[in-house]
Write a protein that binds this ligand. Structure first.
Ligand code: ADP
Length: 266
């Protein structure tokens, strides 16, 4: 089965959605909502995969630090998810768009029946012109937020799983960096942006440093894993900088931006 030509999954990470203080980056959330609404008006189907719940929840709960204890992380996720959806509902609402929240666990995708129901829910929402906003169900699934057993890696993997499930044409991963470099650009001034990658193998993984920024958690490794899964199913994956969400216009116009992991022929 081929991909849906006009269907795009956009993943936005914690480091783009929050500022240095851990508060919501309202300007980015607003610009992202406007750009995605406008792109939907051009006839595209949009699915947004959004993280940031724990960081934003921790701020709203007036916790001094991002929580380390599991139950506090899960509590912060519950508070932050609510705040995130409130913001999206409001900003997308300005442009007359309806959003829907979908919270997922890894085992929801492993189970065939759940997977089929989930795919049907996405189809029903998209058919109605609704923008699904997806996040990992952190208050239920402890596995993901316990750092040594990452499954979705700050939603990078989740976004690939969703893109495959919905047979999207493109997966765009918005990060705090311009794309995938030949070495971690935060450590190496000489790092060069790789514009196109056809093959992801051990040599590619060796170029990705450890987990990234203080607020982001996945780093480039989980983005490579996500790109590996999605490209294998015929989906182009673009990793680029989310600081100006209008970059999404360039992507739908087919302009070169960030790093393109080219879809395999399926
Ligand atoms: P996000 O929240 O956007 O997912 P992360 O902090 O999880 O952000 O991942 C992006 C970070 O990965 C970059 O800021 C960078 O420091 C780090 N990184 C490690 N290796 C590389 C590489 N080869 N190319 C680009 N970034 C890299």
């Amino acid at each position: 089965m081929g991909v849906n030509r006009n269907r795009i999954v956009v993943k936005v990470g914690t480091s783009t959605l929050t500022n240095e203080l851990g508060n919501s980056n309202l300007r980015t959330v607003e610009e992202l909502s406007l750009t995605l609404s406008d792109i939907q008006n051009k006839g595209y189907e949009i699915i947004l995969v959004s993280s940031g719940a724990i960081a934003i929840g921790a701020q709203k709960m007036h916790l001094a630090e991002k929580p380390t204890e599991l139950r506090m992380k899960q509590a912060a996720a519950a508070v932050g998810q609510c705040e995130n959806m409130f913001l999206y509902d409001k900003f997308f609402g300005y442009y007359n768009k309806t959003v829907a929240q979908i919270l997922l666990n890894a085992d929801d995708i492993g189970d065939e029946e759940k997977k089929e129901n989930l795919a049907n829910t996405f189809e029903a929402l998209l058919e109605q012109g609704i923008i699904p906003i997806v996040n990992e169900n952190d208050s239920v699934s402890y596995k993901e937020i316990e750092s040594d057993e990452k499954i979705f890696g700050d939603n990078d993997m989740l976004s690939a799983v969703v893109a495959v499930l919905c047979r999207a044409d493109k997966l765009v991963i918005l990060s705090d960096i311009d794309g995938f470099y030949d070495k971690d650009p935060r450590l190496w001034k000489t790092a060069k942006l790789m514009k196109r990658i056809e093959l992801i193998d051990e040599t590619t993984y060796a170029l990705a440093g450890g987990a990234g920024s203080r607020r982001g958690t996945g780093g480039m490794r989980t983005k490579l894993q996500a790109a590996d899964i999605a490209t294998a199913q015929g989906i182009d994956v673009i990793v680029t900088n989310g600081k100006d969400p209008r970059i999404l216009y360039d992507i739908v116009d087919g302009k070169e931006t960030g790093t393109l992991f080219a879809a395999k022929k399926v």
